[in-house]
Design a protein around this ligand. Structure first.
Ligand code: 4NP
Length: 158
């Protein structure tokens, strides 16, 4: 199989409910302001099926709406074998996400699998699950995703 375009990013957390939809919304908003916006494929998934079929957590949607002006249109889903060939970058949020992603990886997978936090100029490598926190935890996730994705675009695509 031909390798995926470099302009393809899949965000993967545990539930596809809080962090990965946040990153998807942040990144879609950033890319929508670029001249190459139509060349990108951006999606999110979970390593579990716990929120399959669900809209993102209301606190993720509300944070995105406040910060970007729109809600994310996304239905929760579990990562599939196909995803590993369709996306060049697969970003996890904590070490447990990364080991779950790697465990399911098919042979010959060429995707770059790494912590999104590796790009953080403030060196916070882990983007912790905000599920049991309050709105400030969701704002913290938004800020971490923003910092990392700005740096990612600057490093790889400027
Ligand atoms: P996420 O957070 O991995 O950022 O989507 C979670 C959301 C829900 C649950 C766990 C983590 N849960 O236990 O339902």
């Amino acid at each position: 199989m031909a390798s995926a375009s470099k302009k393809s990013v899949l965000f993967v957390c545990l539930g596809n409910f809080c962090r990965s939809p946040m990153a998807e919304g942040v990144f879609k908003d950033m890319v929508s302001q670029r001249a190459d916006k139509d060349e990108w494929k951006i999606d999110s998934a979970g390593t579990s099926d716990w929120h399959e079929g669900d809209n993102p957590d209301e606190r993720t949607s509300a944070t995105l709406e406040t910060k970007t002006g729109h809600r994310l249109d996304h239905i929760g889903r579990k990562i599939t074998k196909d995803d590993y060939n369709k996306f060049h970058y697969i970003f996890g949020f904590d070490e447990s996400n990364i080991s779950n992603i790697n465990r399911r990886k098919p042979a010959g997978c060429q995707a770059v699998i790494q912590l999104l936090g590796e790009f953080d100029p403030q060196n916070q490598r882990v983007i912790e699950d905000p599920y049991y926190g309050d709105m400030s935890e969701f704002q913290r996730v938004y800020n971490q995703c923003s910092r990392c994705l700005t740096a990612f675009l600057e490093k790889e695509f400027s």
